[in-house]
Design a protein around this ligand. Structure first.
Ligand code: AMP
Length: 214
Protein backbone atom coordinates (compact mmCIF):
# COMPACT_ATOMS: atom_id res chain seq x y z
CA UNK A 1 0.00 0.00 0.00
CA UNK A 2 1.21 3.49 -0.80
CA UNK A 3 -0.27 6.25 1.33
CA UNK A 4 0.35 9.98 1.08
CA UNK A 5 -0.40 12.04 4.16
CA UNK A 6 -1.14 15.70 3.55
CA UNK A 7 -1.71 18.46 6.07
CA UNK A 8 -0.06 21.52 7.59
CA UNK A 9 2.78 21.35 10.11
CA UNK A 10 1.34 20.15 13.41
CA UNK A 11 -1.63 18.38 11.83
CA UNK A 12 -0.51 15.06 13.33
CA UNK A 13 1.01 13.47 10.21
CA UNK A 14 4.00 12.13 12.14
CA UNK A 15 1.93 10.80 15.04
CA UNK A 16 -0.56 9.08 12.75
CA UNK A 17 2.21 7.71 10.50
CA UNK A 18 3.86 6.06 13.50
CA UNK A 19 0.56 4.39 14.40
CA UNK A 20 -0.24 3.25 10.86
CA UNK A 21 3.31 2.03 10.43
CA UNK A 22 2.73 -0.44 13.29
CA UNK A 23 -0.84 -1.30 12.31
CA UNK A 24 -0.26 -1.91 8.59
CA UNK A 25 3.44 -2.79 8.40
CA UNK A 26 4.12 0.24 6.22
CA UNK A 27 7.37 2.21 6.31
CA UNK A 28 7.08 5.84 7.32
CA UNK A 29 9.10 8.09 5.05
CA UNK A 30 9.38 11.53 6.58
CA UNK A 31 11.29 13.94 4.37
CA UNK A 32 11.69 16.29 7.35
CA UNK A 33 13.37 13.50 9.40
CA UNK A 34 15.60 12.59 6.46
CA UNK A 35 16.69 16.20 6.02
CA UNK A 36 17.34 16.58 9.77
CA UNK A 37 19.58 13.51 9.58
CA UNK A 38 21.49 15.11 6.68
CA UNK A 39 21.87 18.33 8.68
CA UNK A 40 23.13 16.38 11.70
CA UNK A 41 25.84 14.65 9.69
CA UNK A 42 26.72 17.87 7.87
CA UNK A 43 26.47 16.32 4.40
CA UNK A 44 26.34 18.55 1.28
CA UNK A 45 22.55 18.24 1.27
CA UNK A 46 22.42 18.99 4.99
CA UNK A 47 24.53 22.12 4.65
CA UNK A 48 22.29 23.40 1.82
CA UNK A 49 19.07 22.55 3.64
CA UNK A 50 19.97 23.87 7.11
CA UNK A 51 19.42 27.60 6.56
CA UNK A 52 16.19 27.06 4.65
CA UNK A 53 14.81 24.74 7.32
CA UNK A 54 15.80 27.09 10.13
CA UNK A 55 13.93 29.93 8.43
CA UNK A 56 10.86 27.77 7.78
CA UNK A 57 11.24 27.68 4.00
CA UNK A 58 10.96 24.65 1.75
CA UNK A 59 14.14 23.14 0.31
CA UNK A 60 14.43 23.02 -3.52
CA UNK A 61 12.08 20.57 -5.25
CA UNK A 62 14.81 18.71 -7.12
CA UNK A 63 16.78 18.04 -3.93
CA UNK A 64 13.83 16.39 -2.22
CA UNK A 65 12.67 14.52 -5.34
CA UNK A 66 16.13 12.94 -5.67
CA UNK A 67 16.05 11.91 -2.01
CA UNK A 68 12.61 10.29 -2.39
CA UNK A 69 13.49 8.57 -5.68
CA UNK A 70 16.35 6.78 -3.92
CA UNK A 71 14.54 6.07 -0.67
CA UNK A 72 11.44 4.34 -2.05
CA UNK A 73 13.51 1.69 -3.79
CA UNK A 74 15.01 0.53 -0.46
CA UNK A 75 14.12 -2.98 0.66
CA UNK A 76 12.15 -1.83 3.72
CA UNK A 77 9.69 -0.07 1.40
CA UNK A 78 8.75 -3.27 -0.41
CA UNK A 79 5.56 -3.83 1.62
CA UNK A 80 4.44 -0.27 1.11
CA UNK A 81 5.11 3.10 2.67
CA UNK A 82 3.63 6.31 4.02
CA UNK A 83 4.88 9.57 2.58
CA UNK A 84 4.86 12.07 5.45
CA UNK A 85 5.80 15.60 4.41
CA UNK A 86 6.14 14.86 0.72
CA UNK A 87 4.95 16.06 -1.76
CA UNK A 88 4.80 19.67 -0.64
CA UNK A 89 4.51 21.48 -4.00
CA UNK A 90 2.62 20.77 -7.21
CA UNK A 91 5.94 20.13 -8.91
CA UNK A 92 6.83 17.48 -6.34
CA UNK A 93 3.41 15.86 -6.83
CA UNK A 94 3.88 15.78 -10.60
CA UNK A 95 7.40 14.38 -10.30
CA UNK A 96 6.15 11.71 -7.90
CA UNK A 97 3.49 10.64 -10.41
CA UNK A 98 6.16 10.37 -13.11
CA UNK A 99 8.45 8.44 -10.76
CA UNK A 100 5.72 5.98 -9.78
CA UNK A 101 4.81 5.48 -13.41
CA UNK A 102 8.41 4.64 -14.30
CA UNK A 103 8.65 2.21 -11.36
CA UNK A 104 5.24 0.57 -11.95
CA UNK A 105 3.88 1.87 -8.64
CA UNK A 106 0.59 3.63 -7.90
CA UNK A 107 -0.80 5.75 -5.09
CA UNK A 108 -3.47 3.87 -3.11
CA UNK A 109 -4.66 6.61 -0.80
CA UNK A 110 -4.11 10.30 -0.17
CA UNK A 111 -5.42 11.45 3.21
CA UNK A 112 -5.44 15.10 4.18
CA UNK A 113 -5.56 16.03 7.86
CA UNK A 114 -7.24 19.40 8.34
CA UNK A 115 -6.37 21.66 11.28
CA UNK A 116 -6.90 25.38 11.83
CA UNK A 117 -3.93 27.75 12.07
CA UNK A 118 -4.29 28.61 15.80
CA UNK A 119 -4.36 24.97 16.82
CA UNK A 120 -1.31 24.29 14.66
CA UNK A 121 0.79 26.87 16.47
CA UNK A 122 -0.25 25.45 19.85
CA UNK A 123 0.49 21.90 18.74
CA UNK A 124 3.87 22.72 17.25
CA UNK A 125 5.12 24.76 20.17
CA UNK A 126 4.42 21.96 22.69
CA UNK A 127 5.70 18.94 20.85
CA UNK A 128 8.81 16.87 21.50
CA UNK A 129 10.14 13.42 20.70
CA UNK A 130 12.06 10.65 22.37
CA UNK A 131 15.71 11.16 21.41
CA UNK A 132 16.26 7.40 21.23
CA UNK A 133 13.29 5.95 19.31
CA UNK A 134 11.59 9.06 17.89
CA UNK A 135 8.19 8.49 19.56
CA UNK A 136 6.28 11.78 19.52
CA UNK A 137 4.80 13.55 22.57
CA UNK A 138 3.17 16.87 23.49
CA UNK A 139 3.36 18.94 26.70
CA UNK A 140 -0.41 19.16 26.89
CA UNK A 141 -2.06 16.69 24.51
CA UNK A 142 0.11 13.58 24.58
CA UNK A 143 2.18 13.04 27.71
CA UNK A 144 4.15 9.86 28.39
CA UNK A 145 2.33 7.44 30.72
CA UNK A 146 5.15 7.81 33.24
CA UNK A 147 6.42 11.37 33.54
CA UNK A 148 9.76 11.82 31.73
CA UNK A 149 9.94 8.22 30.46
CA UNK A 150 9.27 7.17 26.87
CA UNK A 151 6.30 4.74 26.63
CA UNK A 152 7.90 2.97 23.73
CA UNK A 153 11.57 2.41 24.67
CA UNK A 154 11.90 3.61 28.29
CA UNK A 155 14.46 6.30 27.47
CA UNK A 156 14.49 9.47 29.58
CA UNK A 157 16.13 11.55 26.88
CA UNK A 158 13.84 13.84 24.86
CA UNK A 159 14.42 16.42 22.16
CA UNK A 160 12.63 19.41 20.60
CA UNK A 161 13.03 20.59 17.01
CA UNK A 162 14.84 23.88 16.59
CA UNK A 163 12.28 25.03 13.96
CA UNK A 164 9.35 24.48 16.33
CA UNK A 165 9.44 28.08 17.56
CA UNK A 166 6.84 30.84 17.15
CA UNK A 167 8.84 32.84 14.57
CA UNK A 168 9.69 29.95 12.26
CA UNK A 169 6.20 28.50 12.56
CA UNK A 170 4.83 31.65 10.90
CA UNK A 171 6.92 31.16 7.76
CA UNK A 172 6.21 27.43 7.74
CA UNK A 173 2.49 28.17 7.73
CA UNK A 174 2.95 30.74 4.99
CA UNK A 175 4.87 28.24 2.87
CA UNK A 176 2.15 25.69 3.54
CA UNK A 177 -0.71 27.96 2.44
CA UNK A 178 1.13 29.24 -0.64
CA UNK A 179 2.82 26.11 -1.95
CA UNK A 180 1.43 22.99 -0.28
CA UNK A 181 -2.31 23.58 0.16
CA UNK A 182 -2.93 23.62 -3.65
CA UNK A 183 -1.86 19.96 -3.75
CA UNK A 184 -5.25 18.96 -2.31
CA UNK A 185 -6.95 20.04 -5.52
CA UNK A 186 -4.34 18.17 -7.55
CA UNK A 187 -5.23 14.90 -5.81
CA UNK A 188 -8.94 15.74 -5.77
CA UNK A 189 -8.78 15.86 -9.55
CA UNK A 190 -7.00 12.51 -9.58
CA UNK A 191 -9.88 11.15 -7.44
CA UNK A 192 -7.75 9.72 -4.61
CA UNK A 193 -8.13 12.39 -1.91
CA UNK A 194 -9.94 11.79 1.41
CA UNK A 195 -10.15 14.34 4.19
CA UNK A 196 -10.02 13.63 7.93
CA UNK A 197 -10.65 16.17 10.69
CA UNK A 198 -7.24 16.52 12.33
CA UNK A 199 -8.79 18.50 15.22
CA UNK A 200 -10.44 15.33 16.54
CA UNK A 201 -8.79 13.36 19.38
CA UNK A 202 -5.73 11.36 18.24
CA UNK A 203 -7.44 7.94 18.63
CA UNK A 204 -10.46 9.10 16.66
CA UNK A 205 -8.23 10.32 13.82
CA UNK A 206 -6.46 6.94 13.73
CA UNK A 207 -9.83 5.18 13.70
CA UNK A 208 -11.10 7.26 10.79
CA UNK A 209 -7.91 6.74 8.83
CA UNK A 210 -8.04 2.99 9.42
CA UNK A 211 -11.63 3.05 8.14
CA UNK A 212 -10.39 4.58 4.89
CA UNK A 213 -7.43 2.22 4.52
CA UNK A 214 -9.50 -0.86 5.34
P1 AMP B 1 8.77 18.60 8.51
O1 AMP B 1 9.52 17.76 9.49
O2 AMP B 1 7.97 17.78 7.56
O3 AMP B 1 7.94 19.67 9.18
O4 AMP B 1 9.87 19.35 7.63
C1 AMP B 1 10.81 20.23 8.23
C2 AMP B 1 11.42 21.12 7.15
O5 AMP B 1 12.10 20.29 6.19
C3 AMP B 1 10.42 21.95 6.35
O6 AMP B 1 10.07 23.16 6.99
C4 AMP B 1 11.22 22.18 5.07
O7 AMP B 1 12.22 23.16 5.26
C5 AMP B 1 11.94 20.84 4.88
N1 AMP B 1 11.14 19.88 4.07
C6 AMP B 1 10.64 18.68 4.48
N2 AMP B 1 9.98 18.06 3.50
C7 AMP B 1 10.07 18.88 2.42
C8 AMP B 1 9.58 18.80 1.08
N3 AMP B 1 8.84 17.76 0.66
N4 AMP B 1 9.86 19.83 0.25
C9 AMP B 1 10.60 20.87 0.65
N5 AMP B 1 11.06 21.03 1.90
C10 AMP B 1 10.82 20.04 2.79
Amino acid sequence: MILILLGPPGAGKGTQSQRLEKQYGLKQISTGDMLRAEVARQSDIGVQAKTLMESGQLVPDQMIIDIIARRITDKDCENGFILDGFPRTIQQAQSLDALFESQGKAIDHVIELTVDDDAMVKRISGRYTCAKCGEGYHDEFLKPEKDGVCNHCGSTDFTRRSDDNAETVKSRLQEYHQKTAPISDYYKTEGVLRTVDGMAPIDKVTEEMSGILG
